[in-house]
Design a protein around this ligand. Structure first.
Ligand SMILES: *Cc1c(COP(=O)(O)O)cnc(C)c1O
Length: 372
């Protein structure tokens, strides 16, 4: 292994997760959210897998991501920019053929003006705020828009969307409230296709409108706080770089924040915070060696961590011996929980030094369940 660790990306599992969400929300369609470089896995790696499963709607966050991905997409795929239309990017966005999510009257006005300049209609998504107070038309701007439909001159609305603040907690009353408001607003845009749910919302027991915007669930992260129905997509495997035995009372790592209470076997693993392993895992998280949990002791360094491997069988301890950071014994979500964060952050911080191995989608996942 020439990097600190090997990141394995199982594209068959990705395809299977797409199918699982598709079956959960049918007859709604599923769009793939591949922002932040496909949640760290590579947008140009994951998007073609989703498209091969029949996905026709791809979402990124910013225009630069759309620009990078557009050449990899076949024609007929809708490429949306979630964060909206930043001032000065209108011509660029139109030229790319990307579909901006219009989040304010200001963005609507600029897109309408761009359509006038080009002398053709430009597609767009309209986002309304149903309670998250982050993006989308607030109530007063929505009323202004409905009072003056000419504001949409030159704009071809393709989709009306909103976003859930608490989708990961299925029972949170905010979900019902937001879905109700979305319904009310949707009645005032008759005929316009609707999209409210992310991965979490896809598993709420209600209708899913016309399109679901799935992100984390595709990549194997838990979509909600219940048992995770998704297949793991990534595995992170490292190898022991060095072993030592230290006496009771010895300090370990920067700041000597850990002191041994017994004679201790320490294994040094060449993966650190520069690889996306959060520094707050110091003296908190663990790795697994030969099915034994080996706690991280001392601080996480830039390029390495130190594990207490005293309880690991000696036969499994040698330079180059395999160490699991994410895999069958320790899920992505477990690592995130140990670090006090969420799977999204672990994925999007995955380092650039890993040796990346892609397991191809064999096509087995493409078998569609036949409707009765
Ligand atoms: C990131 C994002 C999604 C995808 O959310 P997941 O929880 O990852 O499924 C959907 N919609 C919007 C507006 C987003 O910003």
């Amino acid at each position: 292994m020439i990097g600190g660790a090997r990141l394995t990306i199982d594209l068959e599992a990705l395809a299977a997760n797409y199918c699982l969400i598709r079956d959960a929300v049918a007859p709604a369609q599923v769009g793939g959210v591949v922002k932040a470089n496909g949640y760290g896995l590579g947008a140009s790696v994951v998007a073609p897998v989703l498209i091969a499963q029949g996905c026709r709607h791809i979402f990124v966050a910013v225009l630069g991501e759309a620009e990078a991905l557009a050449p990899d997409l076949p024609s007929g795929i809708n490429l949306y920019v979630l964060n909206g239309l930043m001032p000065g990017t209108e011509a660029h966005c139109a030229q790319l053929g990307a579909i901006p999510v219009l989040n304010s009257l200001d963005q609507i006005a600029r897109w309408s003006a761009q359509a006038a300049v080009l002398g053709r209609r430009l597609p767009a998504v309209l986002q309304v705020d149903t309670g998250m107070s982050r993006m989308g038309l607030p109530a007063d701007e929505l009323e202004s828009l409905l009072a003056d439909p000419a504001l949409l001159d030159g704009i071809e609305p393709k989709l009306l969307i909103s976003h859930l603040a608490c989708a990961d907690a299925a029972d949170d009353p905010a979900n019902t409230l937001q879905a109700g408001r979305f319904h009310e607003i949707a009645r005032r845009f008759p005929g316009l296709p609707l999209a409210l749910d992310n991965s979490g919302g896809a598993f709420h027991a209600r209708e899913h409108f016309d399109l679901v915007r799935a992100g984390i669930g595709l990549y194997g992260g838990a979509p909600h706080d219940g048992p995770n129905p998704m297949r793991p997509v990534i595995a992170l495997d490292a190898a022991i770089a060095q072993l030592r035995t230290i006496p009771a009372g010895a300090g370990v790592g920067y700041g000597l924040t850990f002191h041994t209470e017994r004679e201790t076997r320490i294994a040094t693993i060449p993966v650190g915070y520069a690889d996306g392993l959060p520094r707050c895992l110091g003296n908190k998280g663990a790795a697994w060696i030969a099915c034994v949990r080996a706690p991280i002791v001392g601080r996480v360094s830039m390029d390495s961590i130190t594990l207490d491997v005293t309880d690991v069988p000696e036969a499994a301890l040698y330079p180059g011996a395999p160490v699991e950071l994410i895999g069958p014994h320790q899920s992505l979500d477990q690592l995130a929980t140990d670090a006090g964060t969420i799977s999204y952050e672990i994925l999007t911080q995955l380092g650039r030094r890993y040796q990346r191995v892609l397991l191809p989608a064999t096509g087995a996942a493409t078998t569609r369940s036949i409707a009765p």
